[in-house]
Write a protein that binds this ligand. Structure first.
Ligand code: SAH
Length: 364
């Protein structure tokens, strides 16, 4: 039997031509094209979130997620002496649900909304439009500013959230060999994208991993993550504030974690570029390694949300629910916190000023 001819999509054709002309792509270049190509990228062409989308994120599961994060940031702002004006900021806000829930939950914190300016860092014009739509119901449009890059955030005290943002940043992959590392790259075999290995350039971040890897192990390096965390950390060091960074990953990751999701199921990262979401686990150790402020201990999402009182909030909300709505609500609480759901895989780390206490729910 022969394989049926396979339809190639436009991005696949474009990448194959580029590889034939210029040689293989790093995994980072491949991810960037797949996610953010101006006309064929995943975030630039699709509406990936929610029950009908390719995957569902914590703020889309329940309003309780944003409520807990909002109260955590507001309490930190109170503890730091209510600085104003300040930037209430988010990286990669998706549909804008998390920021909308944060704003609703903090409405009654005296002075918080008066001093807040909302700043959103979002690369995709399509996502920006979705965020404007969601936030239009809860916040004046003239007090929201969008930015392409974290470095464009204002020089103000900053209270920031980033949920499932860092996992979308491009990583490079390296495989341990007998005498060092080789880089995993995307090449072309006939008319297919295929992965291969090329000699890895010298890199101090790889040298340190000689100590804890064996031949065949894969190490991932996200060059952008520590730079972005350091830019946020510099604002916190200079002006005060805090950042809550939530994602899946670990303290020092090991292994191939590049993952594709489409239609709420895992897919091959190389089969239909631009049509599926591509992510990699976050290496939180590398993320915070260079921040010029303090950082909390890495804590699981389940423990963090429990410490902030999500169960009491869940019970209060449950009082008004019956039947399927109550069942959905109970399932949402479980999904956010239970170790076998998002409770343990997802982690949180906070950045905060050196010498200040960490935000509620976290320790050092
Ligand atoms: N935080 C949201 C969405 C997570 S998906 C939630 O929890 O539901 C990742 C988001 O980051 C999307 O909005 C995507 O468009 C944006 N994004 C991805 N890469 C980016 C980059 N390099 N710069 C800015 N935004 C980016």
């Amino acid at each position: 039997m022969t394989d049926l001819p396979r339809e190639m999509n436009a991005l696949e054709r474009l990448l194959l031509n580029r590889i034939k002309a210029q040689g293989p792509l790093t995994i980072a270049d491949y991810m960037t094209e797949c996610l953010l190509h101006p006309t064929l990228g995943y975030y630039t062409t699709r509406e990936p979130f929610g029950a009908a989308g390719d995957f569902i994120t914590a703020p889309e599961i329940s309003q309780m997620f944003g409520e807990m994060l909002g109260l955590c940031l507001a309490q930190t702002w109170l503890d730091q002496g209510t600085p104003g004006p300040f930037a209430l900021a988010e990286l990669g806000p998706g549909r804008g649900t998390l920021m909308a829930d944060i704003l609703r939950a903090t409405r009654r914190v005296p002075g918080f909304h008066d001093a807040a300016q909302v700043h959103l860092v979002e690369a995709s014009p399509r996502m920006r439009a979705a965020q404007a739509g969601t936030l239009g119901h809860v916040w004046p449009a003239d007090r929201i500013t969008w930015h392409d890059r974290v470095d464009d955030l204002p020089e103000l005290p900053i209270y920031l959230v980033a949920n499932e943002f860092f996992d979308a940043l491009p990583i490079r992959q390296f495989q341990r060999t007998a005498d060092g590392f080789a880089e995993v790259v995307v090449g072309a075999t006939e008319d297919r994208l295929t992965v291969g290995l090329v000699p890895a350039p010298a890199n101090p971040a790889l040298d340190v991993r000689l100590a804890d890897t064996r031949a065949g192990d894969v190490v991932e390096i996200c060059a952008a993550a520590p730079l972005i965390a350091a830019q946020v950390g510099q604002r916190i060091a200079d002006h005060g504030g805090a950042a809550l960074i939530l994602d899946y990953g670990d303290w020092r990751s090991l292994g191939d974690t590049l993952q594709a999701m489409g239609g709420q199921a895992y897919a091959s990262p190389f089969a239909r570029p631009g049509e599926v979401d591509l992510t990699a686990h976050v290496d939180f150790e590398a993320l915070v390694a260079d921040v010029p402020c303090a950082h909390s201990r890495l804590t699981t999402q389940g423990v963090f949300l429990e410490r902030l009182g999500i169960t009491a909030r869940a019970q209060a909300l449950a009082d008004d629910l019956t039947g399927p709505a109550l069942e959905d609500h109970v399932a949402a609480h479980r999904r956010l916190t239970h170790p076998q759901e998002m409770g343990t895989l997802f982690k949180v780390v906070a950045l905060f000023p050196t010498g200040a206490p960490p935000p509620p729910g976290l320790d050092t």
